[in-house]
Design a protein around this ligand. Structure first.
Ligand code: SF4
Length: 310
């Protein structure tokens, strides 16, 4: 079957990157809240990856537009900063090590000024590699992994079918940092519903502290029609939080996490209110902003529902 190019789903900080697909779908497709639930992983042939790198190079150096390349290649190339590449799709790090190394070496060969390659990764993608394999990727400019912790609470992780425990997440973080690769961790406010909200928030703060990442991005749960969690909510088996309750979780996480130096952000479009700053240095300022919204309970201070994004 021909490789189906995935839609562009990427972290906010990769907005100027070139999006290079290595895979489509997610190999860990069991998370009940996620729009990748039930997707089938496709691994792109290495030869095709190299073809796209060549086409990109020909376009940027010589202005050649090839008819065998999809228009998206050129649309993305026109906005590219030439410095960063983001590997698609949901966990491109599932790409086996040898062809991944070959693809990265080829990319570096064509674009020697490249500064950083980033990718989403599951804990399993990291844990299945040896420390020297991770260092090999780092030497080829893989500079950041985006890892979805979602929750530090093992009951919540099991309930949503995440497939990894908090201990595995912590170990994956350790290996990433040991290899000198930056770590950006995503957590989801509201993922445990009303029943386990506080437990989820406190455990998330604890596990984040143990992971001690460089970046944390907080997202807010959006129930996506067609996913099992959406169906559970429809049946009344999962009670979603209201916007202020999601902010109360955010406050607990910021208050209780202990980092060496971490940029913490809730700027993602799914959130009802955005705070960001360096932790621990800017903790008080961030908590103050949240306290203000939480005590006012003024809906006008929140991002309206229609303006929220995934
Ligand atoms: S949350 Fe991540 S690991 Fe789980 S299905 Fe979605 S993309 Fe895959």
């Amino acid at each position: 079957m021909a490789f189906a190019r995935p839609e562009i789903i990427r972290p906010p900080s990769e907005w100027r990157s070139y999006y290079l697909p290595l895979t489509s779908g997610c190999s860990n497709n069991t998370c009940t809240f996620c729009n990748y639930y039930g997707t089938r992983l496709q691994v792109r042939p290495l030869a095709e990856v190299k073809e796209e790198i060549d086409a990109l190079h020909q376009f940027l150096r010589l202005g050649i537009v090839r008819s065998d390349m999809p228009p998206i290649v050129y649309a993305v190339a026109r906005g590219w900063d030439g410095r960063r590449v983001f590997l698609q799709d949901a966990n491109a790090l599932v790409y086996p090590q040898r062809p991944l190394v070959e693809a990265l070496a080829y990319l570096n060969g064509r674009f020697p000024d490249l500064e950083r390659v980033g990718t989403y990764a599951t804990a399993g993608d990291i844990l299945r590699r040896t420390p020297s394999e991770l260092k090999e990727l780092k030497a080829l400019k893989v500079g950041i992994f985006y890892l979805g912790l979602e929750s530090g609470d093992d009951d919540t992780l099991a309930a949503v079918g995440k497939g990894y425990t908090s201990q595995q997440m912590i170990e994956a973080a350790r290996l990433t940092k040991e290899a000198g690769i930056l770590l950006s961790v995503m957590v989801i406010l509201g993922l445990a519903g009303k029943r386990n909200s506080i437990k989820h928030a406190l455990a998330t703060a604890n596990v984040l502290s143990a992971m001690d990442p460089d970046f944390v991005g907080a997202l807010t749960l959006t129930l996506i029609p067609g996913t099992p969690l959406y169906e559970q909510a429809q049946r009344g088996e999962f009670e979603p939080l209201d916007p202020f309750q999601t902010l109360a979780e955010l406050k607990i996480i910021i208050e209780h996490s202990r980092f060496t130096r971490c940029f913490f952000s809730s700027m993602h479009a799914s959130n009802y209110f955005s705070v960001r700053g360096w932790l621990p240095a800017e903790r008080d300022k961030m908590l103050k902003a949240l306290d203000y919204v939480l005590s006012s309970r003024n809906p006008a201070l929140l991002r309206p529902e229609y303006a929220r994004g995934l």
